[in-house]
Design a protein around this ligand. Structure first.
Ligand code: NG1
Ligand code: ZN
Length: 511
């Protein structure tokens, strides 16, 4: 449509599902072209992640399971926005500018597709992707329902030479890795309840839990989609932003609860303390748990490597203080969007990266693997090294994966003999608030310093600074959302009242 402009953002294209077929069709074409260029299979995921049921989205996955290269995001945007009359010309332009060898027939174009919802709109959108890819003669592998990280995993295995890889392979791989690690640590005693946001994660987590065995881990699936709506009053985004449990969940103090988002790439934990206060253990706390666990085991094994945690501006100020000042761990901050965190993580031997909303994973360098192998053949006690090697196997390094991250958290807590109480007490979060403001054009706001400062309009940052000064431990920033037509506001301060107040004041300044 003439008056509609879409753009490939941090989550690909996302929006109201109706009338979006043309975008999905064109992304099928683009995936086929990219496959030809890379001589490797490309993935296309159809999902609206944590967004409401009426939305949908599409994103491309590069050969090793990583996000689409940034240089191609603008090609995706250009292709999605031309009129039908201009489509062929735009495709030709991409083929010429990228030097895509279409006449070379020695490689068969291959596109893998997954989706997270099985409704009519989702099916017709994934059909549009298949049609677009087939238009370039692609062999399409339609995997049907998958979590987003499962498609990333399958694609990486496929391009690594395992062309028979399927969903079952994923369960076998992570279930056996988890069982192997638990042979080294101890057995479970208490269940973990997982809110699956009424999304695809419910069925997939049930399968994974079956492969592991109920005698090893007791996973109780909540919000399996039988009665509730996708992402409605539930799921990781709801719990994180609202700072409350999913609707209807009866919680008991110090039990472990977790939430996935709709496509199971985000994970957060929560519990109640003895006074029944709601306690959130978000991406920051998961990152702190992973990083300190890896660091402690490396230390015991006398291996000295560069470990870093990558955060965004949304990381709680007290998590950053704890990691830098008490744990002496190196921290880097990037703009929002996993691709930026992932890229930065690769500059460390071990890069632990999480967005506060629970999306994250760990990247291990080849150098790290070599050091582990060397350490293993060395003379000293190598139980730490085998733990580290087994821990590595339960991490999905391609992308943040709620199921794998859940197994990793559970394994670490077991190994440390920690309940959720010891975990949440490693530091206390500063009270915080997220808000959003509807403005005429969110793009007039430009940010710098990893989104921690507003550059334009020039009078906004001084106004924020002045407000922040009024609140002890105050911090606040604003940025245009990459997935919604809003400006997001974040504030933290010494008390919840102050954090709420600051968020409101800053929202007014934006407005
Ligand atoms: P935007 O809408 O740009 O804030 C949200 C999340 C990101 C990321 C993307 C993709 C927050 C504050 N923002 O982006 O971290 O996960 O969605 O899904 O959680
Ligand atoms: Zn998601």
């Amino acid at each position: 449509p003439d008056n509609v402009r879409v753009s490939y953002g941090t989550a690909g294209f996302r929006g109201n599902a109706s009338g979006m077929e043309y975008v999905f069709f064109r992304m099928g074409m683009l995936a086929a072209l990219r496959s030809k260029l890379k001589e490797a299979a490309i993935g296309v995921m159809v999902t609206a992640s944590h967004n409401p049921e009426h939305d949908n989205g599409v994103k491309l996955i590069d050969p090793q399971g990583e996000m689409l290269a940034q240089s191609w995001e603008s090609l995706a945007t250009a292709l999605a926005n031309v009129t039908n009359d201009q489509l062929i010309e735009q495709l030709k332009q991409i083929i010429d500018s990228q030097k895509i060898p279409l006449s070379n027939t020695s490689f068969t174009i291959s596109v893998h597709i997954g989706l997270t919802v099985h409704g009519p709109s989702s099916l017709s959108l994934s059909r549009a992707v298949l049609d677009g890819a087939s238009a370039f003669g692609a062999t399409c592998h339609d995997h049907g329902l998958l979590t987003t990280p499962q498609l990333h995993y399958i694609l990486a295995c496929y391009n690594g030479g395992d062309i028979k890889v399927d969903e079952e392979h994923y369960y076998q791989n992570y279930a056996s890795a988890f069982k192997a690690l638990l042979n080294v640590v101890s057995l479970f005693t208490s269940p973990v309840t997982v809110d699956c946001a009424n999304g695809v994660g419910a069925a997939k987590l049930t399968k994974l839990a079956e492969r592991i065995g109920a005698n090893i881990i007791d996973i109780v699936v909540y919000n399996d989609g039988q009665s509730g709506k996708l992402n409605e009053n539930c799921g990781a985004d709801y719990v994180k932003v609202q700072q409350r449990a999913p609707a209807g969940l009866n919680m008991e103090p110090f039990h472990r609860y977790a939430s996935f988002d709709g496509d199971a790439d985000r994970l957060i934990y929560y519990t109640l303390d003895s006074d029944c206060n709601f306690i959130l253990l978000d991406g920051d706390k998961i990152a702190a748990l992973f990083a300190t666990y890896i660091r402690d085991n490396l230390k015991k094994a006398s291996i000295n490597l560069r470990l870093g945690i990558i955060q965004t501006a949304y990381a709680n100020g007290n998590s950053t203080n704890f990691l830098i000042n008490q744990q002496n761990i190196e921290i880097a901050c990037t703009p929002t969007g996993v691709k930026y965190l992932h890229e930065k993580a690769l500059t460390f031997d071990i890069g632990v990266y999480f967005e506060a909303n629970g999306h994250g994973t760990v990247s291990f360098s080849l150098f790290y693997l070599k050091r582990l192998q060397k350490g293993e053949s060395g003379s000293h006690d190598n139980s730490q090294i085998s733990k580290l090697k087994l821990f590595l196997d339960i991490i999905n390094q391609t992308v943040g994966d709620a199921m794998c991250d859940l197994l990793a958290v559970e394994a670490i807590l077991q190994d440390k003999n920690w309940s959720v109480k010891e975990w949440y007490r490693i530091y206390t979060e500063l009270p915080n608030r997220q808000a959003k403001v509807q403005v005429a054009d969110r793009r007039i706001i430009e940010t710098g310093d990893a989104e921690r400062k507003v550059i334009l309009p020039s009078m906004l940052q001084p106004a924020i600074d002045e407000l922040v000064r009024k609140y002890p431990s105050g911090r606040s920033f604003v940025r245009p959302s990459g997935t919604e037509d809003v400006v997001r506001v974040y504030a933290e301060a010494n008390t919840q009242e102050n954090a709420d107040d600051l968020a409101q004041q800053v929202s007014l300044a934006v407005y």
